[in-house]
Design a protein around this ligand. Structure first.
Ligand code: AMP
Length: 390
């Protein structure tokens, strides 16, 4: 990675302002999944061990006003305090004189959590005044929030203009593993894309096709490709406006595309629908494709034989419903057994490998859905671009 990390700068007696992703699920004022908080611990601990104090900042949800305390980060600060076994002070805001005073009083080893950055409307507009006020709280800036790095916000991009800015370990790991998919990947390299629509993923299809040896397309996306080949997909999700695009991709793909050959079809888009398994050219009227079938899974298995690198983004079926989850889960198990470096984009694919019980067998499961997709598209993420080069 060509960006400086916390290991490249002197942190002793510094006040380290660190952007983390504590956008955690909450219920009844409590954190219900502390995975994201745990993911930030290695960097937090390292910074404290260097003799620094730390000021943490994050967004949480989409608050409409600063008085909406359901979006307060207080509960996250309490969870962090328990995990670190250290008191974590909670600031009333993320900027302002009272917060400045709290920041000034920090001693080496102290931890201060700022209040939700989105309590200020300027945050999402990358307001530089707000960024400057945030920057005034610390001596150096560390970004460990990969999941927010695709957004140029005051706490992810603007702030880096006012302080020496480096990455944390989580960010470093994300860039390292996702980077393997876009820069000099090892071969054979198979990319897998699923999810609902191709219109959302067109750039990533093109970037991956230019790098990989085979591209497996499943999920709703595959329907549009099959329809573009002239198949009648009946009531399946097909994007009529993307048919031409699908044709042009197929003509340029030099035989790299692997599309489903059979399907689990349903008479309704419902968990309790009636189902059948048919070849993709035999979907009866009134039915829709909601998962890939067993012949397609065999095809995946043979394609994955001997693979060295797999990048996966998006489920190959409606995996939220048990009747249409087998394709996605079987694929997750195949990746676990493949012996390849396996890089899983965030969002639905991350939750699919978790639900399939194989998350730990993956080389890397990204913490950022939108950010990993934009990275795989080959875009430079603003929150990463803003960090100091090595
Ligand atoms: P995305 O956000 O584009 O990655 O799409 C993820 C969604 O695609 C999941 O909620 C899946 O249920 C959905 N999906 C996967 N396969 C299909 C399909 N064959 N038809 C409709 N939706 C699908």
């Amino acid at each position: 990675m060509n960006k400086k990390t916390v290991k490249d700068i002197d942190l002793k007696n510094k006040r380290v302002l660190m952007r983390v992703d504590f956008n955690v699920p909450m219920a009844d004022g409590k954190v219900t999944d502390d995975k994201r908080i745990k993911a930030a611990l290695p960097t937090i601990k390292y910074v404290l061990e260097q003799g620094a104090s730390i000021i943490l900042m994050s967004h949480l949800g989409r608050p409409k006003s600063a008085s909406d305390l359901t979006f307060s980060l207080r509960a996250a600060s309490e969870t962090l305090s328990a995990l670190l076994a250290t008191p974590v002070k909670m600031a009333p805001d993320c900027v302002g004189s009272e917060v400045e005073k709290m920041a000034k009083e920090l001693k080496a080893g102290d931890v201060l959590m700022l209040e939700n950055t989105r309590f200020h409307a300027g945050e999402e507009k990358n307001d530089l005044d707000l960024a400057k006020q945030m920057a005034a709280l610390g001596d150096v800036y560390v970004n460990d929030a990969f999941g927010s790095a695709h957004r140029a916000h005051s706490s992810t991009e603007g702030i880096a203009r006012f302080l020496p800015a480096v990455s944390g370990f989580l960010m470093e790991q994300e860039l390292e593993y996702l980077g393997r998919a876009v820069a000099n990947p090892v071969h054979p390299y198979i990319a897998i894309l699923g999810g609902a629509k191709i219109s959302d993923k067109i750039l990533v299809v093109e970037t991956l096709l230019s790098k990989c040896d085979k591209l497996i397309i499943g999920g709703g996306m595959a329907n549009t490709f099959l329809a573009a080949q002239g198949l009648n997909m009946q009531d399946s999700l097909v994007e009529a406006e993307s048919l031409e695009l699908a044709k042009s991709i197929m003509s340029k793909s030099k035989g790299k595309l692997i599309l489903p050959v059979d399907a689990v079809i349903a008479d309704k888009f419902e968990a309790e629908a009636n189902t059948q398994i048919v070849d993709v050219d035999k979907i009866p009227a009134g039915w829709r494709m909601l998962d890939v079938g067993p012949k397609t899974l065999e095809l995946y298995k043979t394609s994955l034989d001997g693979v060295k690198l797999v990048v996966w983004n998006g489920p190959v079926g409606v995996f939220e419903m048990p009747k249409f989850a087998e394709g996605t889960f079987a694929l997750a198990r195949m990746l676990a057994e493949s012996g390849a470096v396996t890089v899983i984009g965030g969002g639905d694919s991350a939750s699919a490998v978790k639900k399939a019980g194989v998350a730990k067998q993956m080389t890397h499961v990204s913490t950022g859905g939108g950010a990993s997709l934009e990275f795989l598209e080959g875009k430079e993420l603003p929150g990463v671009a803003a960090l100091l080069d090595k």
